[in-house]
Design a protein. Structure first.
Length: 565
């Protein structure tokens, strides 16, 4: 059953915007940046869960966005939304999306045409899978787009996806033009994503633009990325925390006059410090000056009848290709597939290292070992509704791997890292004025054998191999054998250490016996400032683990109460 098509869509002018994940821990923080430089940009485009209630709970900047939305309008960019894949989005999720966008006043919602999640489980790093640019890929994307639009009261804007591996016979702009023609939906042109396709295909940056309906583009994205080379090929990795390529600024200048329906230009500056983001926004401000413009009237599609998914675009086969389940040489575009696999495996490794920094290096430290994990039934089960999180399926895979190929060193590391989060199950009593206690982020812990050398070696071996890779251009993973040796020779005595909670993940810290004893005591009861042994203060780690009680309720470092002599 489809929603009735409205007579017209009215799209207001939004101007120049900055993207955000609405987290207080992220940079740049859009509202602080705008307060320090009024007029620097006009709106905030944010990503969050489809459900308004979930967004309120998970996005720490949501309340400020909400209170300032009349002053700083918003666009909702729901990257949790599939526009390709083996299954259509549940209607209930799309109804939640529509209610969310209407409530915050987003005049449209835009999203990359890709497969973002499977049954609610996002792919690591939100690295979606791009459809094949073929008739089969087009047919399934049409079904997805019309299905989503049928539940929305504002237009769905279709964004060209990032490309590394070439799949299908069409240019990405031809694919997007055909998708627009078959759905009647407006377009979002992402310049970095276009650059990725042109590089992968060996084409000039402006190739395909002459036949592309630029007059249907209502929004443009510009963001940072990295160009890397593999043999004769070059690839663009879409990484918003990187500098914006000069080619993209030049491309923006050339296409702006040709986009007659343009309503917004968004700088996706995730990860840029405020002072760096400000430089890019000032440059973009010259191209997109402040000032109101008349609203745009768009004609909605004549029909929102949703065709059935054909499945002929083979999403699960491309999932396996992207996650190194099948060798790259057995699929279309082997070189591009290898580049795509490398990027995905790197993101999986980075995600696992937040919770399993020791076990991941010991059990999945090489590309082949990491690919064995992404090819496992545990990993696939994560995306078929049977897994709860990436960190949980890694622990299940690691335990099976150790049952099949026992390794005492890796078993001890895995046991330690499974124990670490439990250190925070007990709350630490807060210190009163004149007392010291544990910070909210620190807890004492102990383990039956001493793995302090392994904790030390994991950091030093990683640093050594990384430094050599910078010098010679190749990462020599055979150096991980040193880490495996250390893991097999733990100290026989019980080990006391500190655990520090980070966002996300945990850090194991080697501490002296004196500091370990103090932390264990503070976990049960605070003690007077004057009673802290001077040798503990001389260690240098205490300031990350101990806090000073204060009548104002504000945490202060211990150093403010007692200088180190």
């Amino acid at each position: 059953m489809t929603q009735a098509v409205s007579d017209a869509w009215t799209l207001p002018w939004r101007g120049l915007g900055l993207s955000s994940n609405l987290s207080t821990s992220d940079v740049p923080q859009p509202y602080r940046l705008l307060d320090s430089a009024p007029g620097l940009f006009d709106f905030v485009e944010y990503s969050a869960p489809l459900s308004l209630d979930e967004a309120r709970t998970q996005a720490s900047l949501f309340s400020e966005m909400w209170s300032r939305r009349a002053e700083v309008p918003v666009l909702f960019h729901p990257v949790h939304l599939n526009l390709w894949g083996p299954e259509l989005e549940p209607v209930s999720a799309l109804q939640a999306l529509d209610a969310h966008a209407r409530t915050v006043g987003s005049p449209w919602v835009g999203n990359d045409v890709g497969w973002w999640h499977s049954r609610g489980q996002p792919f690591p790093g939100y690295l979606y899978l791009t459809p094949p640019f073929s008739e089969a890929g087009l047919a399934d994307c049409v079904a997805h787009a019309l299905h989503v639009q049928s539940q929305l009261s504002m237009p769905l804007v279709l964004e060209n996806p990032a490309v590394m591996a070439r799949r299908g016979q069409w240019h990405v702009l031809d694919f997007m033009a055909k998708l627009h023609a078959r759905t009647g939906l407006p377009l979002l042109l992402d310049l970095g994503h276009l650059f990725s396709h042109q590089l992968s295909s060996g084409l000039p940056l402006d190739a395909g633009l002459d036949g592309f309906p630029l007059e249907q583009v209502v929004e443009i994205h510009i963001a940072g990325g990295v160009v890397s080379r593999r043999g004769a090929r070059a690839f663009y990795v879409d990484d918003h925390s990187q500098p914006v390529r000069e080619e993209l600024f030049q491309l923006l200048e050339s296409v702006l006059p040709r986009c007659a329906s343009l309503r917004a230009v968004t700088f996706e500056g995730d990860g840029h410090p405020a002072e760096v983001a400000q430089l890019s926004l000032k440059r973009l401000r010259r191209l997109v000056p402040q000032g109101a413009r008349p609203p745009l009237q768009l004609r909605p599609p004549e029909s929102l009848a949703v065709p059935p998914l054909t499945g002929e675009s083979r999403p699960w086969e491309l999932f396996e290709a992207g996650h190194a389940v099948v060798p790259a040489e057995k699929v279309e575009d082997p070189e591009g597939t290898l580049a795509d696999q490398d990027f995905r495996l790197a993101v999986v490794a980075e995600t696992l290292d937040k919770d399993w920094p020791l076990s991941r290096l010991l059990l999945a430290g090489t590309r082949a070992q990491l690919a064995a994990f992404t090819a496992s039934r545990e990993y696939r089960n994560l995306f078929e509704g049977g897994g709860r999180s990436l960190t949980q399926v890694f622990s299940a895979w690691a335990m099976r791997r150790l049952r099949e190929q026992p390794d005492d060193g890796a078993s001890a590391a895995l046991s330690l890292e499974m124990l670490v989060p439990t250190a925070f199950m007990k709350a630490a009593p807060p210190p009163a004025p004149g007392q010291v206690g544990l910070t909210e982020e620190a807890r004492p812990a102990s383990f039956p054998v001493n793995l302090s050398e392994l904790v030390f070696a994991a950091r030093t071996v990683r640093r050594h191999l990384t430094a050599r890779a910078w010098a010679c251009g190749e990462l020599d993973l055979s150096g991980l054998e040193a880490l495996a040796q250390v893991a097999r020779r733990p100290g026989a005595e019980p080990w006391s250490f500190a655990v520090r909670r980070k966002a996300p993940g945990h850090e194991v810290l080697n501490v002296s016996r004196g500091l370990a004893e103090l932390l264990r005591e503070l976990g049960s009861r605070p003690r007077a400032v004057e009673s802290v042994p001077p040798e503990v203060l001389a260690e240098g780690l205490w300031h990350r683990l101990i806090r000073l009680g204060d009548t104002s309720g504000v945490e202060r470092p211990l150093a403010q109460a007692r200088p180190v002599r």
